[in-house]
Write a protein that binds this ligand. Structure first.
Ligand SMILES: *Cc1c(COP(=O)(O)O)cnc(C)c1O
Length: 464
């Protein structure tokens, strides 16, 4: 399988190089040159298969013979054995035709584990084969950092350094990172804010020479193709469970960078019969504006009760644009260059095509709180605030009540106490049993000044 850049200028790469590279040299994102196809008969034959069996079929289609079958199967088994539910991503029925797909049974209680557990193992496999070593650096205000740390914990060839703003991350979020006491995990509490952390990581990527030798610096953002690939799996698994391919299925997805829902779109392009994709956003509504009224423009960042969806630009939307523009990298590049400076519109016929499949809704904080209350009264399920946006959007945007609607539950409610308490659950939601002692566990982190040179020196001194 070859991968090409959405901006059309970078060299095509194989899967291994795409995993190790991240962003293409022309600034684009990698996508498969041709999209693997599954027939209706094949998808039908997956009924009754386990999560990991379907995962192998989907991932093999993207990896081909770059990883031997037995190795890939073992890697997938190992990855999803870290999930605390035998179904990996169980599906719960909410009413006659509305389902909740629980993606939060991984080590950090949010859906990013599905992809980052796999990405860590893929990186380790390819680096080991090449006898290379990688350092991962990332800045986090919470969520992605802990999922990346848990994903890299088992890696022999990867060290991970995650920067968070000192004293400005919630205790649960911090402890999910700092209580991982592995030799290759380094938490740095930066005496500054999140922007300082991000600036230091960016400066380090612009000056990779500081690492020396055959160590490469790798990023942990959602542009890595392997993350999308791993997320495609649960669209097939859940759709087959409610009757696909004999019937169509719809999905509602709490969205920010558009990585999760783009994985659903890939499943559709691969042959899954999908009636509708509903994009749910919080008040940071760039995706809602472009889908509902073809207004693709930046707005200032807002801090909401669903912080993992607080974004200005949705980086993975570029992958959808590339498909809407029939793989015309130059057209995508032109559109995105203009977008950097001014509001832009997608060409009318192309936007119309997207609208055949996509609807959207922006859900503000007050509504999110109401939805958490209401969903609990009607179904007994306590939703986290991200999932609540998806639940509301699924109800408001549903085009056909006879089609099963699957709302993706992207986080466990215990992770986002603020919203749950505001919805009237004074105790918050309890952490699941395997995390119940989180507040008693030993922590390890280093406090450093907001100074790139000091932090780079720390990385060099501590990497293996
Ligand atoms: C990252 C995240 C999202 C958004 O996913 P995207 O792939 O960025 O669209 C939604 N909910 C939670 C809990 C997340 O952590």
């Amino acid at each position: 399988m070859r991968y090409i850049s959405t901006r059309g200028q970078a060299p095509a790469l194989n899967f291994e190089d795409v995993v190790l590279t991240g962003l293409a040299t022309d600034g684009g994102l990698y996508v498969p040159e041709t999209i693997p196809q599954f027939s209706a008969e094949e998808i039908a034959s997956w009924a009754g298969l386990s999560y990991t069996e379907i995962a192998y079929k989907v991932m093999h289609a993207f990896i081909g013979d770059e990883i031997p079958a037995d190795t890939l199967k073992a890697m997938i088994e190992d990855t999803y054995s870290t999930f605390k539910h035998d179904a990996v991503t169980p599906l719960k029925q909410l009413d006659s035709n509305h389902y909740l797909l629980e993606l939060f049974h991984g080590p950090t209680l949010a859906f990013k584990d599905v992809a980052l557990q796999m990405l860590g193992r893929l990186l380790d496999h390819f680096l080991g084969k090449r006898n290379e070593h990688a350092v991962i650096m990332g800045a986090t205000s919470g969520d992605t950092g802990s999922a990346a740390i848990e994903g890299c914990k088992p890696c022999e060839h990867v060290d991970i350094f995650i920067l968070h703003p000192y004293n400005r991350v919630s205790e649960v979020q911090r402890r999910q990172m700092t209580t991982v006491l592995a030799d290759n995990v380094f938490n740095i509490a930066v005496e500054g804010n999140f922007d300082d952390c991000q600036a230091i990581v960016k400066a380090s990527f612009n000056n990779q020479g500081f690492l020396g030798g055959n160590t490469r610096l790798v990023a942990v953002n959602s542009i890595n193709w392997a993350r999308i690939m791993a997320q495609i799996v649960y669209y097939f698994v859940s759709a087959v469970a409610v009757g696909a391919p004999h019937r169509k299925v719809s999905f509602s997805v709490p969205s920010a960078n558009f990585g999760d829902i783009f994985a659903g779109y890939m499943a559709y392009k691969m042959g899954l019969p999908v009636n509708q994709f509903v994009v749910a956003t919080n008040a940071n509504d760039i995706l809602h504006r472009v889908i509902s009224k073809n207004d693709f423009s930046k707005q200032p960042l807002l801090h909401t009760l669903s912080p993992s969806m607080d974004i200005v630009v949705s980086s993975n939307f570029e992958r959808l644009l590339f498909d809407l523009y029939d793989n015309d990298g130059a057209a995508v590049e032109d559109l995105l260059n203009r977008f950097n400076n001014e509001p832009v519109q997608i060409e009318q016929t192309r936007w119309d095509n997207a609208r055949k499949l996509f609807d959207s809704l922006s859900v503000d904080d007050a509504t999110t709180i109401d939805v958490i209350k209401e969903a609990f009264e009607r179904t007994g399920e306590l939703l986290d605030p991200h999932t609540a946006t998806g639940y509301r959007a699924a109800e408001v945007c549903n085009r056909d009540q006879s089609v099963p609607m699957i709302t993706l539950a992207t986080a466990h409610p215990a992770k986002f106490e603020d919203a749950v308490i505001k919805a009237g659950f004074a105790q918050g939601a309890p952490l699941p049993p395997h995390m119940a002692d989180l507040l008693e566990r030993e922590e390890r982190y280093t406090v450093l000044p907001a100074d790139a040179a000091a932090i780079q020196q720390y990385v060099v001194e501590n990497k293996r």
